[in-house]
Write a protein that binds this ligand. Structure first.
Ligand SMILES: Nc1ncnc2c1ncn2[C@@H]1O[C@H](COP(=O)(O)OP(=O)(O)OP(=O)(O)O)[C@@H](O)[C@H]1O
Ligand SMILES: [Mg+2]
Length: 276
């Protein structure tokens, strides 16, 4: 508690900045969660996430993928280098402006202690009930919400224990859909979901993020093989960048990951369990 209360606040800019484009760049970014121990989580990362394109971030666990997403959303500031959106350093825009243009569905989804309907509406406080229901349908949550005792009016606190990780995540996706921000970051956003729902959500996400800057972090490579650009991250460094086909032929790590993924899929299909 004491540590939290004494934590340094992120300096916040006052005036909104004029941002012309929605491309994201990391320039020579280094970061460690704990400056004292000095364990470098990202070292000298350079990457471009082009505007209105689908970029995927893949790589072994612990490589720093979620850290990159959190730094773009400015949960922390970089130690070295800079992150820009439309050429503007994100530290020079107010946090509120950044929050308006970036929609971030995290690995650990959080529901607030209000009704399910209000939890979705947080994406856009001006949304009508009809818009909330439409977003819920697009994120494949309408069905399970209808089954709750009080449907959309069920308190998230009461329902929280009964909702699966995948269901909570789909509520976060509905919130993201309603928010309709120009930059969308999905961190393992469908990781807990079964295959049938995953395909439906993938289709919704693809349709709803057309024309947006989309960054998807995924372990299940089949969900990102159509990305315009795939960035392979390992041990805090960019190991390679390319399309699925380019990386399959040109990157041993990616090819191994792909083969392991396809192997796991075949195994689960063969064992009669749902695919993963
Ligand atoms: N809040 C934190 N405080 C301290 N260290 C952290 C924190 N979050 C992550 N780390 C460390 O930073 C490194 C990178 O973690 P990160 O979560 O970015 O990896 P990742 O690529 O997203 O992994 P995964 O695929 O398992 O989600 C790991 O060594 C992790 O232990
Ligand atoms: Mg992660």
């Amino acid at each position: 508690m004491d540590e939290l209360l004494h934590a340094e606040e992120l300096p916040d800019a006052e005036k909104p900045v004029d941002i012309q484009s929605k491309d994201i760049q990391l320039q020579d970014v280094s970061f460690s969660y704990d400056k004292e121990s000095g364990k470098q989580v990202l070292s000298h990362i350079n990457l471009k996430i082009p505007e209105e394109k689908f970029t995927a971030l893949v790589g072994p666990s612990g490589g720093g993928k979620s850290t990159i997403a959190r730094l773009i959303a400015r949960f922390w500031d970089v130690n070295d280098g800079k992150i820009t959106i439309g050429g503007v350093d994100i530290r020079s825009m107010p946090l509120a402006q950044l929050a308006d243009i970036v929609s971030f569905v995290t690995q650990d989804n959080f529901l607030f202690n209000c009704s399910i309907k209000e939890n979705i509406r947080l994406g856009n406080p001006d949304a009508t009930d009809e818009e909330v229901y439409a977003a819920a349908k697009a994120a494949c949550c309408d069905e399970f919400i209808q089954k709750l005792d009080n449907g959309y009016d069920t308190m998230a606190g009461d329902a929280g224990n009964r909702l699966s990780g995948g269901e909570k995540q789909r509520i976060s996706i509905a919130r993201m859909i309603l928010k309709n921000a120009p930059i969308v970051i999905l961190d393992e956003a469908t990781a807990f979901t079964d295959q049938e729902n995953e395909e439906k959500i993938q289709q919704s996400i693809a349709a709803l993020t057309k024309g947006k800057t989309l960054l998807v972090i995924a372990h299940r490579l089949s969900t990102i093989k159509n990305a315009d650009q795939i960035i392979v991250l390992q041990n805090g460094q960019v190991e390679n960048t390319g399309t699925h086909q380019q990386l399959l032929t040109g990157d041993a790590l990616y090819r191994d990951m792909w083969e392991a993924h396809i192997g796991a899929q075949n195994w689960s299909a063969g064992s009669g369990k749902g695919g993963n």
